[in-house]
Design a protein around this ligand. Sequence first.
Ligand SMILES: Cc1cc2nc3c(=O)[nH]c(=O)nc-3n(C[C@H](O)[C@H](O)[C@H](O)COP(=O)(O)OP(=O)(O)OC[C@H]3O[C@@H](n4cnc5c(N)ncnc54)[C@H](O)[C@@H]3O)c2cc1C
Length: 402
Amino acid sequence: MKKIIVIGGGYGGLRAVERLAGIDGLHITLVDRHPYHYLQTEAYGYIAGRFDLHDVAIDLKNWCFGFKNGVEFIHDEVTLVDFENRTVHLSDKKLSYDYVIMAIGAETNFFSFIKGLREYSHGVKKLQRAFDFRSSFEKLLYTKVEHPLDEAKGELNIAVGGAGLSGVEIAAEMADVIKKHTKSIGESTRDIRIHLIDAAATILPGMSDYIVTRTQERLEELGIIIRTNAFIESVDKTTIRFKDGQSLEYFFMIFTGGIKVPSFALSKEVEKNGLNQFLVDAFMRIPGETNVFAVGDCVEIRDAKGNILPPTAQTAERSAEYVANAIKEELQHRELKPFHASIDGVFVALGGEYAVGEMFNIIKVKGYSAYLLKKLITYTYYLGLKLRLNTGFKKRTKPFED
Ligand SMILES: Cc1cc2nc3c(=O)[nH]c(=O)nc-3n(C[C@H](O)[C@H](O)[C@H](O)COP(=O)(O)OP(=O)(O)OC[C@H]3O[C@@H](n4cnc5c(N)ncnc54)[C@H](O)[C@@H]3O)c2cc1C
């Protein structure tokens, strides 16, 4: 029986487990420091109150029970991967392995050169942070509903720092909620202004002209104030200060301006880039360690032209599928083929039933049809998780019902 340990129950980790679980002769253990899988890609809807907690959190124990041969889940933090002794260290025990897959993801990079950023802004890479932000947004709406005539408060600014995919989606969803529900929650909610801030010259840097232009149009239609070429210098409890001397008083701030991989102890020094991402060989392995793979956001992944791909769930899943297959090939003593990363398409949710998208660089869609396509992708993913969750839950709770 070969032992495989998957570290991290995110998009990459779960996909690796799914692909490996059907192979005979494997004992699979999934370890995560949280008891749930957090659907970060749906965070925008959770924050704006469109989705609930059960839409973005999936219990990993129940999910793991859903596999026919069973997958072990351990809720714990991995403190060290010891390559020499082939062990993964948890808080109070060690697990031995034949193969390990590191799928530890990334966290928000609260740039240390922006004074006060970490202290005063929220990230959304962790469920706890998304929950805090959702509560702040709800509180703001409640204040406006309860005290509509409180002229003293006037305009209230929500600042979203970082106009990449996550920042854009969150800003659009909040603006849509405010716009759509003005009739029921009162016109004073119109005083809430959403500012989307980025140091780059454009929103969604690196994306195609089509996606950028259509997104910009939609954000403007929703009343979002876009501030590009805006370098944040410092943040304090009430005010964001920009390098050009301007400032913005804010009610609360979210920061989605970048990622970095959390520090993670390994028994030997390995090569990493400036974001702390692992630099792997052509087979997604830590160089020199033939049985240690890394997938998803924690790895620098390049396409065939050598361009670094943005960290997405899509790439995390593709890399995990590759690694699961590579392990299978190795177990059958077949030669490995290198991983070829590419992006099939991108969809940006832009509030309510509106999205823009592009597939295979040819198909371009916007509006309701793009929303339906994006929904189909996310729903298929969610449904897969739910079916396994239901099976696992039934298996786990059956003895108690008898
Ligand atoms: C708001 C938002 C919107 C997004 N929208 C999209 C989108 O539309 N499309 C898209 O493709 N991507 C999107 N993304 C990006 C996508 O969510 C990430 O690229 C994806 O989550 C990466 O998957 P992963 O498996 O590498 O890491 P993660 O999903 O982050 O999972 C990492 C896991 O590792 C665990 N872990 C970390 N360290 C340890 C440790 N030491 N011990 C135990 N466990 C550990 C964590 O608890 C976590 O569960 C979005 C992200 C955000 C924040």
